[in-house]
Design a protein around this ligand. Structure first.
Ligand SMILES: [Zn+2]
Length: 104
């Protein structure tokens, strides 16, 4: 729906890199999307309508920062243990990044 946004997605995106690093998770696009999906499924959605986004942004970030970081790190350690990219070897993007480790 136009102008409607799940603000939780923004907070998850912001903390994704940090959480994945601390869980030593692979940071390819496939794993990133998997971590974000798992984390978002475990967090309550926070929908805001277009014009309210900026007004709510800071309050919501403060309110959910710790929860989001916890879920993102948890999700990243799940993905780190069994990365889905292992079974999606047709993903050329990923192969370019990772092929040097372990396939040679
Ligand atoms: Zn990966």
């Amino acid at each position: 729906m136009e102008g409607l946004k799940n603000y939780m997605e923004t907070v998850v995106e912001e903390l994704l890199g940090y959480g994945m690093k601390s869980a030593e998770c692979c940071e390819c696009e496939i794993c990133k999307a998997d971590v974000a999906a798992i984390a978002l499924n475990n967090l309550p959605p926070q929908y805001v309508a277009g014009r309210e986004i900026y007004a709510k942004l800071n309050t919501m970030r403060q309110q959910f920062y710790v929860d989001v970081l916890t879920e993102v790190t948890k999700a990243a350690s799940v993905v780190a243990k069994s990365p889905r990219h292992d079974s999606i070897i047709t993903q050329e993007e990923h192969l370019k990044e990772e092929v040097t480790e372990g396939y040679q």
